[in-house]
Write a protein that binds this ligand. Structure first.
Ligand code: SGN
Ligand code: CA
Length: 532
């Protein structure tokens, strides 16, 4: 509070730049793409035994880990737009990946700049257009590429050799060492493409986990018998939709003629192969050719084939995660080397969660826990207790207000989130909020997850697939994997109470952006066995 008053006072008399940089913390916001909490050791998920993230775990040991951190809309661009603005998708205008972000609107980096912060962003933005609110920026066009990526920069297109995770880390380190002006506090966003599809690891990680048997998720062979038809008619199954060549690189060559390119949106697997240097390509083949040969010899089918696909997928995904984890280590070392570690808040997060074979799936989008949850770890020396774990329900919606309060800036009244500073400094008492709100919009579209909105309390989750007029209700305490939809069988007073809460939250956030229900005919077009 005192900081906030002081900052506005000094701002008013034009003295803000004379504030010592040390008075307000620097912020390094490390953000990856599609990194599920259960693929982080510190989150204690079923992949923990693989020890996937020693550096991120170290960050957690030095700060606070949020156990119940959720996104508002489980998809890349929209999650980032929520973070930039502190407003739900229907307010910031970026509801699905097909939209463009209006950079002219109020964003937290712009507000930080106004109170004297130096700001920079490197890596994936996915918001299209020139980023605003940053003194320095270099972003990947669209999804970006894993090998030798191009960057969109104020000076035009620039290609940089190397693996994307390393290149982005190097740019961030260079900025910290050479471009930062020392008399100002700063906010640096380091935004990785990894571990986004198509999961191409760096050359040095191609053989990592070769001798490891990945633990399988308990729901790998889920048949979605007790959910609504929404869960049956998706297109994100490892079994039926994950492409063995495109996604898992089996016999992949740089030549995509003749390969099954149908439905591949950006053909990035082939584009990436084409961009590799002869050395990179040789390393790639040396790593995958023997694995491919073993696969052909094994002649797998049925569940065994699913198991093989899962192993190959999980290993590549975690190899990409390994690169991100090393980046976190490098950034922490750099802060130490520059003697910035004591006054810099380091945040690790990712745009949403992900299915790593959970429910038999990959990708995200659903309000089910694995994709609804996002990692959030905050190291704030002297403020957030080391090794602490917070169980309050928080959202990416809260980040903008949090960053502003950290910087002692005014939080504009139109922001819809709540600052997490009182949770971080331990001053908050009682429950932070009793429910979180979610709304996903991209349908019909890739992976075919219908539009839905819903709420989650500490125990229950209510989901409404409004295009189809169908509801799901889960008791997370009794059924943490959300296998049994109790909407029809639950006590009706519970259903009404949850519906009432949902209505209240929709009013609170001023959301009426859903579309009318489909006709019966249209429902049957998508879900042939739908019974009206
Ligand atoms: C691409 C991927 C999809 C993914 C979307 C959105 N296909 O289209 O699997 O869901 O991006 O991801 S791919 O063939 O191009 O890899 S997001 O994280 O950017 O929202
Ligand atoms: Ca994403």
């Amino acid at each position: 509070m005192f900081h906030k008053l002081l900052a506005s006072l000094l701002l008013a008399v034009g003295l803000i730049s004379s504030l010592q940089a040390e008075d307000r913390p620097n912020i390094v916001f490390i953000f990856s793409d599609d990194h599920a909490p259960h693929a982080i050791g510190a989150y204690n998920g079923w992949l923990k035994s693989v020890n996937p993230t020693p550096n991120i775990d170290q960050l957690a040991a030095q700060g606070m880990l949020f156990e119940n951190s959720f996104c508002t809309n489980s998809i890349c661009g929209p999650s980032r737009a929520v973070i930039q603005t502190g407003k739900h998708s229907h307010k910031n205008g970026f509801m699905n990946n097909g939209n463009s972000f209006d950079w002219n609107q109020q964003t937290f980096p712009k507000l930080l700049k106004e109170v004297g912060y130096q700001t920079a962003i490197y890596g994936k933005s996915h918001l299209k257009g020139d980023p605003q609110g940053f003194d320095d920026w270099m972003v990947l066009p669209g999804q970006g590429l894993y090998y030798n990526p191009d960057f969109h920069t104020p000076e035009g297109k620039k290609r940089i050799e190397g693996h994307c995770t390393d290149v982005v880390t190097d740019l961030a380190v260079e900025w910290l060492k050479e471009k930062r002006t020392e008399d100002k506090p700063f906010m640096l966003m380091v935004q990785h493409k990894a571990p986004h599809r198509n999961w191409m690891p760096a050359a040095r990680h191609l053989n990592l986990y070769d001798d490891v048997e990945m633990p399988e998720p308990p729901t790998l062979f889920d048949k979605w018998e007790d959910n609504t038809l929404a869960a049956k008619y998706q297109e994100l199954e490892i079994d039926n939709h994950m492409d063995i060549n495109y996604d898992l690189f089996l016999d992949l060559t740089a030549d995509f003629e003749g390969q099954n390119t149908q439905k591949r949106q950006d053909k990035s697997a082939w584009v990436n192969m084409k961009r590799m240097s002869p050395e990179q390509l040789a390393t790639w083949h040396a790593a995958y050719d023997p694995k491919d040969a073993a696969f052909h010899k094994a002649n797998l089918s049925g569940d065994d084939l699913v198991r093989w696909k899962y192993q190959r997928y999980a290993k590549n995904y975690l190899r990409c995660v390994k690169g991100v984890d090393e980046s976190v280590g490098t950034l922490m070392d750099t802060l130490k080397e520059l003697k910035l570690d004591e006054n810099t808040v380091v945040i690790y997060s990712s745009d949403q969660g992900f299915y790593i074979g959970d429910h038999g799936w990959y990708d995200k989008r659903w309000m089910y826990e694995e994709s609804f949850k996002m990692p959030l770890i905050v190291k704030w020396p002297g403020v957030a207790k080391k090794g602490s774990r917070n169980e309050e329900m928080v959202q990416n919606l809260d980040y903008a207000s949090t960053f502003l309060e950290m910087a002692g800036a005014e939080i504009p009244g139109d922001l819809q989130g709540k600052s997490l500073v009182p949770l971080l400094n331990g001053e908050h008492e009682g429950s932070f909020r009793d429910a979180v709100y979610y709304h996903y919009y991209e349908y019909p579209s890739v992976h075919m997850v219908p539009r839905h909105y819903g709420i989650r309390t500490d125990r229950y989750k209510l989901i409404y697939f409004y295009q189809f007029g169908v509801w799901e209700l889960y008791d997370l305490q009794e059924d943490p994997d959300e296998l049994t939809n109790i909407y029809e069988t639950a006590d009706q007073s519970l259903v009404s109470e949850m519906k009432e809460k949902l209505k209240d939250l929709r009013e609170h956030y001023d959301d009426n952006s859903d579309e009318p229900e489909y006709s019966l005919e249209k429902k049957k077009e998508f879900w042939p066995d739908f019974k009206g």
